[in-house]
Design a protein around this ligand. Structure first.
Ligand code: EPZ
Length: 420
């Protein structure tokens, strides 16, 4: 297993190019299952998660080529039954269910168990499929969705924490080939849902309202092949912006979408960090001393839960009290005890982390637990005095393309080493 060795204290300087969005690419790759014609998807990030999805598409019978960020998929003859272990390993693969049900009227996939950040049920996905007329059976760790025919209908997809991103994506993909009109209320408004809808429309689907809480899908007979370029990764953009602020550096982030990050930019400004838009680039640096602030994670366009851990790391450096409240996932504070190893002072009170910031951090060995928690540990290590060893970085490789190489280009002293 690999680790990162980070010698901290170097202000990041220079330019970094943002990769395509993991959370947009995964459902878009699955959507290619909706047609037997060739699809070409550009700017797909090279990550363990996207490589997993390639394996899953191939296990269903699709021909797939993935080279230099372009994925060519031809799902001419496919089956509705996915390999148990493959799907079980990556939660995001749940989004093959909608396309399989939509095209084949059957989908049999392993239930994606919970994960370290929360129980993560799929009841809303299944509620949507049933509203379209599917029969759902859960047995032997599998969920079976079958339908003689799918008929459009109006459904409310809001749950305990509000809308569901992959639930909205899955139901949208099942509805594009259904008879009649489907209206999804309390739909997720994330940019990744809009990017998926754009790809589906390029394939000939009829979708309106993506990006708003009400999405309308008018079913069509058949979809055709299409080309698409995935949006830039807003979570990677936020991660690098926060790393620049934490190290008191100045970086230019190339190919970023500021309009996808309004809540994050607003909070960074409040914390004393300037994020200036220059064409398709963002220039990030501190405009004054770091200041504490309160953050509550919410569905889009609120503050993204996938940036909560990185922001928590930043606030350990801001003198004063910051309160971070996690409203989307029940247990997404795994980074807190590891940040404490670097000297941070954070207390957990129910859904909130109370950060007493301003105490300098010092390097130590820490353990990555999940994708975004690992990014927070890297940011803290870059700001800390001395050497930090971040273990189990396979978590990071799931969602960040060549993170260490990009950071080295910005002057960071970071190495990828075999874990001892
Ligand atoms: C997507 O997961 C992202 N993953 C997550 O990013 C992200 O944290 C999440 O959306 C929220 O923004 C991908 O796109 C691959 P949800 P998803 O369904 O769709 C509850 C990362 O770090 N819920 O929007 O699985 C659920 O438990 C990952 O890149 C139900 O109760 O998340 C959660 O509390 C981590 N029933 C809330 O809704 C359901 O049927 C939001 O989950 C579905 C969800």
């Amino acid at each position: 297993m690999e680790s990162f060795l980070i010698k901290g204290g170097v202000p990041l300087q220079g330019e970094v190019a943002i990769s395509g969005s993991k959370n947009a690419a995964l459902p878009i790759m699955a959507a290619a299952l909706l047609t037997g014609e060739p699809c070409a998807i550009r700017r797909v990030p090279d990550l363990s998660d996207t490589r997993f999805m390639v394996q899953i598409l191939e296990s269903l019978g699709a021909q797939v080529k993935f080279e230099r960020g372009t994925l060519s998929v031809r799902a001419q003859k496919i089956r509705g039954y996915a390999d148990y272990d493959l799907v079980r390993k990556m939660r995001g693969s749940i989004c093959i269910a909608g396309p399989l049900l939509g095209r084949l009227r059957e989908a049999r996939i392993s239930l994606p168990g919970g994960c370290i950040i929360g129980a993560r049920p799929i009841n809303l996905h299944l509620k949507g499929f049933e509203a379209l007329g599917a029969k759902i059976k859960i047995e032997g760790g599998y969920v079976d969705a079958t339908a003689k025919k799918l008929t459009g209908s109006t459904m409310f997809l809001g749950g305990r924490a509000g809308s569901t991103v992959l639930g909205t994506a899955n139901v949208m993909m099942a509805a594009v080939l259904a008879d009649g009109v489907t209206v999804i209320e309390s739909a997720a408004c994330e940019p990744e849902v809009v990017d998926l809808a754009d790809f589906l429309c390029a394939m000939g689907a009829k979708i309106s309202g993506a990006g708003s809480p009400t999405i309308t899908v008018t079913g069509v007979e058949k979809l055709h092949g299409a080309e698409h370029e995935v949006i830039p990764d807003r979570i990677e953009t936020a991660t690098f912006a926060i790393a620049a602020a934490a190290t008191d550096g100045e970086i230019t982030i190339r190919g970023a979408r500021a309009d996808h990050l309004r809540a994050v930019i607003d909070k960074l400004n409040e914390a004393g960090v300037s994020v200036e838009k220059r064409g398709a680039n963002l220039v990030v640096r501190r405009k004054e001393k770091l200041k504490p602030a309160d953050v509550t994670t919410l569905p889009y366009s609120g503050f993204p839960t996938d940036v909560q851990a990185q922001m928590t790391a930043l606030f350990t450096l801001a003198p004063g009290i910051s309160i971070i409240t996690e409203r989307i996932f029940e247990s997404r504070f795994m980074h807190v005890s590891e940040l404490a190893r670097l000297g941070a002072d954070i207390e957990i009170e129910g859904p909130s982390a109370i950060v007493k910031g301003g105490r300098p951090l010092s390097g130590a060995p820490v353990m990555a637990s999940d994708l975004r928690a690992s990014a927070a540990l890297v940011i803290a290590g870059l700001a800390a005095k001395g050497t930090t060893q971040v273990n189990r970085i396979y978590h990071l490789d799931r969602g960040y393309e060549r993170m260490d190489a990009k950071l080295r280009k910005l002057g960071a002293r970071i190495q990828r080493v075999e874990e001892k």
